[in-house]
Design a protein around this ligand. Structure first.
Ligand code: 13P
Length: 254
Protein backbone atom coordinates (compact mmCIF):
# COMPACT_ATOMS: atom_id res chain seq x y z
CA UNK A 1 0.00 0.00 0.00
CA UNK A 2 1.30 3.43 -0.83
CA UNK A 3 0.93 5.74 2.11
CA UNK A 4 2.92 8.70 0.83
CA UNK A 5 2.89 11.06 -2.12
CA UNK A 6 6.66 10.98 -2.19
CA UNK A 7 8.30 8.12 -4.04
CA UNK A 8 10.00 5.54 -1.86
CA UNK A 9 13.70 6.17 -1.27
CA UNK A 10 16.57 3.73 -1.44
CA UNK A 11 19.51 5.44 0.24
CA UNK A 12 23.03 4.07 0.60
CA UNK A 13 24.93 4.95 3.75
CA UNK A 14 28.60 4.42 2.94
CA UNK A 15 29.59 5.04 6.57
CA UNK A 16 33.39 5.37 6.91
CA UNK A 17 34.03 3.75 3.56
CA UNK A 18 35.09 5.20 0.25
CA UNK A 19 37.97 7.06 -1.31
CA UNK A 20 38.14 8.78 -4.68
CA UNK A 21 38.58 5.37 -6.31
CA UNK A 22 35.13 4.41 -5.05
CA UNK A 23 33.55 6.94 -7.38
CA UNK A 24 33.90 4.20 -10.01
CA UNK A 25 30.99 2.48 -8.23
CA UNK A 26 28.93 5.63 -8.69
CA UNK A 27 29.69 5.61 -12.39
CA UNK A 28 28.74 1.93 -12.55
CA UNK A 29 25.47 2.63 -10.75
CA UNK A 30 24.67 5.48 -13.12
CA UNK A 31 25.17 3.10 -16.03
CA UNK A 32 22.91 0.47 -14.50
CA UNK A 33 20.20 3.03 -13.84
CA UNK A 34 20.36 4.47 -17.36
CA UNK A 35 17.38 3.27 -19.29
CA UNK A 36 15.54 1.77 -16.32
CA UNK A 37 12.95 3.62 -14.35
CA UNK A 38 12.66 2.36 -10.80
CA UNK A 39 9.62 3.57 -8.87
CA UNK A 40 11.85 5.01 -6.16
CA UNK A 41 14.32 7.79 -5.54
CA UNK A 42 17.97 6.77 -5.14
CA UNK A 43 20.49 8.47 -2.86
CA UNK A 44 24.08 7.91 -1.80
CA UNK A 45 25.45 9.25 1.48
CA UNK A 46 29.26 9.19 1.24
CA UNK A 47 31.73 10.36 3.87
CA UNK A 48 32.28 14.14 4.02
CA UNK A 49 35.49 13.96 1.99
CA UNK A 50 33.63 12.65 -1.04
CA UNK A 51 30.69 15.06 -1.01
CA UNK A 52 32.10 17.58 -3.47
CA UNK A 53 33.59 15.12 -5.99
CA UNK A 54 30.56 12.85 -5.80
CA UNK A 55 28.27 15.83 -6.24
CA UNK A 56 30.07 16.61 -9.48
CA UNK A 57 29.73 13.02 -10.69
CA UNK A 58 26.02 13.08 -9.93
CA UNK A 59 25.36 16.40 -11.64
CA UNK A 60 23.92 14.77 -14.72
CA UNK A 61 22.08 12.01 -12.90
CA UNK A 62 18.88 11.50 -10.94
CA UNK A 63 20.80 10.01 -8.01
CA UNK A 64 20.62 12.30 -5.00
CA UNK A 65 23.34 12.77 -2.42
CA UNK A 66 23.25 13.07 1.36
CA UNK A 67 25.74 13.41 4.20
CA UNK A 68 25.98 11.23 7.29
CA UNK A 69 26.00 13.76 10.13
CA UNK A 70 26.14 17.46 10.86
CA UNK A 71 26.78 19.79 13.77
CA UNK A 72 23.82 21.79 15.06
CA UNK A 73 25.57 25.18 14.92
CA UNK A 74 25.95 27.14 11.72
CA UNK A 75 29.64 27.85 12.33
CA UNK A 76 32.14 28.31 15.12
CA UNK A 77 34.82 26.72 17.24
CA UNK A 78 33.97 23.03 16.80
CA UNK A 79 37.12 21.35 15.53
CA UNK A 80 36.42 18.49 13.20
CA UNK A 81 32.71 19.16 12.88
CA UNK A 82 30.74 20.06 9.76
CA UNK A 83 27.75 22.41 9.63
CA UNK A 84 24.58 21.61 7.74
CA UNK A 85 25.12 24.78 5.69
CA UNK A 86 28.50 23.43 4.54
CA UNK A 87 26.84 20.19 3.49
CA UNK A 88 24.19 22.06 1.52
CA UNK A 89 26.96 23.77 -0.47
CA UNK A 90 28.19 20.44 -1.81
CA UNK A 91 24.94 19.76 -3.61
CA UNK A 92 23.74 17.30 -0.98
CA UNK A 93 20.02 17.51 -0.31
CA UNK A 94 19.85 15.41 2.85
CA UNK A 95 21.74 14.43 5.96
CA UNK A 96 21.44 11.36 8.16
CA UNK A 97 21.19 12.21 11.85
CA UNK A 98 20.97 10.00 14.91
CA UNK A 99 22.40 6.87 13.34
CA UNK A 100 22.89 4.26 16.06
CA UNK A 101 26.62 4.22 15.36
CA UNK A 102 26.75 7.91 16.25
CA UNK A 103 24.46 7.42 19.23
CA UNK A 104 26.91 4.73 20.44
CA UNK A 105 30.34 5.96 19.28
CA UNK A 106 29.70 9.64 20.03
CA UNK A 107 27.16 9.33 22.83
CA UNK A 108 24.55 11.25 20.89
CA UNK A 109 21.30 11.64 22.80
CA UNK A 110 17.82 12.28 21.43
CA UNK A 111 18.32 15.91 22.40
CA UNK A 112 21.46 16.20 20.28
CA UNK A 113 19.81 14.40 17.38
CA UNK A 114 16.88 16.81 17.61
CA UNK A 115 19.24 19.80 17.38
CA UNK A 116 21.02 18.26 14.40
CA UNK A 117 17.74 17.60 12.61
CA UNK A 118 16.71 21.21 13.25
CA UNK A 119 20.04 22.34 11.78
CA UNK A 120 19.41 20.23 8.69
CA UNK A 121 16.04 21.94 8.22
CA UNK A 122 17.61 25.35 8.79
CA UNK A 123 20.03 24.63 5.94
CA UNK A 124 17.26 23.40 3.65
CA UNK A 125 18.27 19.77 3.93
CA UNK A 126 16.07 16.73 4.45
CA UNK A 127 16.80 15.20 7.84
CA UNK A 128 16.93 11.42 7.73
CA UNK A 129 16.37 10.67 11.40
CA UNK A 130 17.40 7.19 12.54
CA UNK A 131 15.73 5.34 15.38
CA UNK A 132 15.73 1.72 16.51
CA UNK A 133 15.92 -0.61 19.46
CA UNK A 134 18.82 -2.70 20.76
CA UNK A 135 18.53 -6.46 21.10
CA UNK A 136 18.11 -6.17 24.86
CA UNK A 137 15.28 -3.69 24.42
CA UNK A 138 13.57 -6.00 21.93
CA UNK A 139 13.97 -9.03 24.18
CA UNK A 140 12.50 -7.04 27.05
CA UNK A 141 9.44 -6.25 24.91
CA UNK A 142 10.29 -2.56 24.92
CA UNK A 143 10.69 -1.97 21.17
CA UNK A 144 7.62 0.19 20.65
CA UNK A 145 8.26 2.22 23.81
CA UNK A 146 11.83 2.89 22.70
CA UNK A 147 10.60 4.04 19.29
CA UNK A 148 8.04 6.33 20.92
CA UNK A 149 10.69 7.90 23.14
CA UNK A 150 13.10 8.38 20.26
CA UNK A 151 10.43 9.95 18.06
CA UNK A 152 9.29 12.27 20.84
CA UNK A 153 12.87 13.28 21.64
CA UNK A 154 14.65 13.30 18.29
CA UNK A 155 12.22 15.15 16.03
CA UNK A 156 12.36 18.94 16.18
CA UNK A 157 9.50 21.36 15.69
CA UNK A 158 8.56 21.94 12.08
CA UNK A 159 8.96 18.41 10.76
CA UNK A 160 6.88 17.55 7.72
CA UNK A 161 6.86 14.96 4.97
CA UNK A 162 9.02 17.11 2.70
CA UNK A 163 11.83 17.82 5.15
CA UNK A 164 11.94 14.68 7.27
CA UNK A 165 12.44 10.99 6.61
CA UNK A 166 12.48 8.40 9.38
CA UNK A 167 14.79 5.39 9.18
CA UNK A 168 13.83 2.47 11.40
CA UNK A 169 17.07 0.61 12.01
CA UNK A 170 16.99 -2.07 14.69
CA UNK A 171 20.49 -1.85 16.16
CA UNK A 172 20.80 -5.63 16.25
CA UNK A 173 20.09 -5.89 12.52
CA UNK A 174 22.82 -3.47 11.45
CA UNK A 175 25.76 -5.22 9.84
CA UNK A 176 24.77 -8.59 11.30
CA UNK A 177 22.89 -10.28 8.48
CA UNK A 178 19.92 -10.53 10.84
CA UNK A 179 16.60 -8.89 9.99
CA UNK A 180 13.29 -8.64 11.78
CA UNK A 181 10.45 -10.67 10.30
CA UNK A 182 8.12 -8.81 7.93
CA UNK A 183 5.53 -8.89 10.76
CA UNK A 184 7.98 -7.23 13.16
CA UNK A 185 8.88 -4.60 10.56
CA UNK A 186 5.18 -3.96 9.91
CA UNK A 187 4.49 -3.55 13.62
CA UNK A 188 7.37 -1.09 14.11
CA UNK A 189 6.55 0.97 11.03
CA UNK A 190 2.83 1.17 11.85
CA UNK A 191 3.75 2.34 15.34
CA UNK A 192 6.16 4.96 13.98
CA UNK A 193 3.47 6.19 11.58
CA UNK A 194 1.02 6.53 14.47
CA UNK A 195 3.50 8.35 16.70
CA UNK A 196 4.46 10.71 13.88
CA UNK A 197 1.00 12.25 13.86
CA UNK A 198 1.81 14.13 17.06
CA UNK A 199 5.07 15.44 15.60
CA UNK A 200 3.98 16.56 12.16
CA UNK A 201 0.69 18.35 11.79
CA UNK A 202 -1.64 15.38 12.13
CA UNK A 203 -2.38 12.00 10.60
CA UNK A 204 -2.67 13.14 7.02
CA UNK A 205 0.83 14.58 7.02
CA UNK A 206 2.15 11.61 9.01
CA UNK A 207 0.82 9.32 6.28
CA UNK A 208 3.05 11.10 3.77
CA UNK A 209 6.31 10.83 5.72
CA UNK A 210 8.67 8.28 4.28
CA UNK A 211 9.69 5.60 6.77
CA UNK A 212 12.71 3.62 5.60
CA UNK A 213 13.76 0.24 6.91
CA UNK A 214 17.49 -0.27 7.52
CA UNK A 215 19.54 -3.18 8.81
CA UNK A 216 21.05 -5.92 6.64
CA UNK A 217 19.00 -5.05 3.56
CA UNK A 218 20.45 -7.14 0.72
CA UNK A 219 19.44 -7.89 -2.86
CA UNK A 220 17.93 -11.20 -1.73
CA UNK A 221 15.66 -9.77 0.98
CA UNK A 222 14.90 -6.28 -0.37
CA UNK A 223 11.75 -7.22 -2.24
CA UNK A 224 10.15 -8.86 0.78
CA UNK A 225 11.10 -6.03 3.15
CA UNK A 226 10.08 -3.26 0.77
CA UNK A 227 6.67 -4.91 0.27
CA UNK A 228 5.82 -4.53 3.96
CA UNK A 229 3.07 -2.03 4.71
CA UNK A 230 4.38 1.41 5.73
CA UNK A 231 7.87 0.66 4.43
CA UNK A 232 8.75 3.48 2.04
CA UNK A 233 12.26 2.47 1.10
CA UNK A 234 15.55 1.35 2.59
CA UNK A 235 18.63 2.73 4.27
CA UNK A 236 21.40 0.42 3.15
CA UNK A 237 24.88 0.09 4.63
CA UNK A 238 27.26 -2.61 3.42
CA UNK A 239 25.28 -3.54 0.33
CA UNK A 240 25.36 0.05 -0.95
CA UNK A 241 29.11 0.04 -1.47
CA UNK A 242 29.05 -2.06 -4.64
CA UNK A 243 26.95 -0.90 -7.59
CA UNK A 244 25.85 -4.48 -8.33
CA UNK A 245 24.46 -5.08 -4.86
CA UNK A 246 22.93 -1.62 -4.51
CA UNK A 247 21.26 -1.97 -7.89
CA UNK A 248 19.99 -5.38 -6.79
CA UNK A 249 18.21 -3.66 -3.90
CA UNK A 250 16.90 -0.81 -6.06
CA UNK A 251 15.52 -3.53 -8.34
CA UNK A 252 12.88 -4.23 -5.70
CA UNK A 253 11.21 -1.16 -7.23
CA UNK A 254 11.59 -2.17 -10.89
P1 13P B 1 23.86 -2.60 6.95
O1 13P B 1 23.01 -2.54 5.70
O2 13P B 1 25.32 -2.80 6.66
O3 13P B 1 23.31 -3.58 7.94
O4 13P B 1 23.78 -1.15 7.64
C1 13P B 1 22.55 -0.57 7.84
C2 13P B 1 22.76 0.82 8.27
O5 13P B 1 23.23 1.09 9.35
C3 13P B 1 22.41 1.89 7.32
O6 13P B 1 22.42 3.14 7.92
Amino acid sequence: MTTTNFPPLVAGNWKMNGTLASLAEVDALKEKLAGVNPACDVMICPPFTLLFPMGERLNDSSIAMGAQDCHWEEKGAHTGDIAAEMIAETGATAVIVGHSERRTDHHETDEIVQKKAAAAHRAGLIAIICIGETIDERKAGRTLDVLSTQIAGSLPEGCNAANTIIAYEPVWAIGTGLTPTPEEVAEAHAHIRKELAAKVSGEEEAARVRILYGGSVKPNNAKELMAVENVNGALVGGASLKADDFFGIISAYL
